[in-house]
Design a protein around this ligand. Structure first.
Ligand SMILES: Cc1cc2nc3c(=O)[nH]c(=O)nc-3n(C[C@H](O)[C@H](O)[C@H](O)COP(=O)(O)O)c2cc1C
Length: 206
């Protein structure tokens, strides 16, 4: 399938057939995730492959009781390493410099002084699995599978269910499988609403 065809076909599916996903396809999906880019090539994401019924049920409860995720034969648990603490690195640390440039010294200072280090480092790493996950989502579509992002999740509970070490957290889930029915098409804003050229909806001042 052409990439644009895959992108246009992608939908969030919330009910799946009782049909297993072949191992070689799961392997290829994970490979698509592995090849994703990451800031500074940090690759601080992990992929949990969850197929056990009891685990799926527990994760559904941790996901605000979204129990439909149990209908998926596979749930990918998107995790991230959170052991890199900006409060403990030297002033010339590249990640520290980048984040101060992006968000301002004051916010970084505030977060570095915040007592709950696990919460702060979870927050910093929130986006880590998103690009790998979308690689996996689009690869799944190309194999005739479907999926759904799950961000409504109790991160602490999910991480405990998966028995993750203290410096790894589960940030998102993605049920994966064959759609039980054709998913509805959600509306999108127009390109005009979303796009600007050179400067926000105006002329460039000389
Ligand atoms: C980061 C992220 C988190 C999401 N979390 C949930 C979720 O917890 N539960 C859910 O049913 N859908 C979730 N979604 C799916 C969105 O509702 C869905 O992508 C959106 O409504 C557009 O529909 P479409 O994916 O079919 O185009 C999430 C999507 C993203 C990108």
């Amino acid at each position: 399938m052409e990439l644009m065809e895959v992108i246009k076909k992608r939908r969030s599916v919330r009910k799946y057939l009782e049909k297993p996903v072949p191992e070689d396809i799961i392997h290829n999906l994970l490979e698509a995730g592995r090849l994703a880019p990451s800031g500074g090539n940090s690759q601080n994401h992990f992929f949990g492959v969850v197929r056990e019924e009891c685990q799926k049920g527990k994760l559904g409860r941790a996901a605000g009781n979204q129990m439909w995720i149990k209908t998926a034969p596979v749930i990918i648990a998107y995790c991230a390493y959170i052991g890199y603490d900006l409060a403990e690195v030297p002033e010339d640390d590249f990640a520290l410099i980048v984040n101060k440039t992006r968000f301002g010294d004051d916010l970084v200072q505030y977060l570095n002084n915040y007592q709950d280090r696990k919460a702060v480092n979870t927050f910093w790493n929130n986006s880590s699995p998103l690009i790998p996950g979308e690689h996996i989502f689009l690869a799944a579509i190309s194999y005739g599978l479907n999926a759904c992002w799950i961000g409504y999740l109790d991160i602490k509970k999910a991480s405990k269910i998966l028995n993750l070490p203290d410096d790894v957290v589960c940030l998102y889930l993605m049920p994966l499988g064959y759609a039980a029915k054709e998913p509805e098409k959600k509306a999108r804003k127009t390109l005009e609403e979303l796009t600007f050229y050179d400067q926000w909806r105006g002329e460039i001042d000389d």
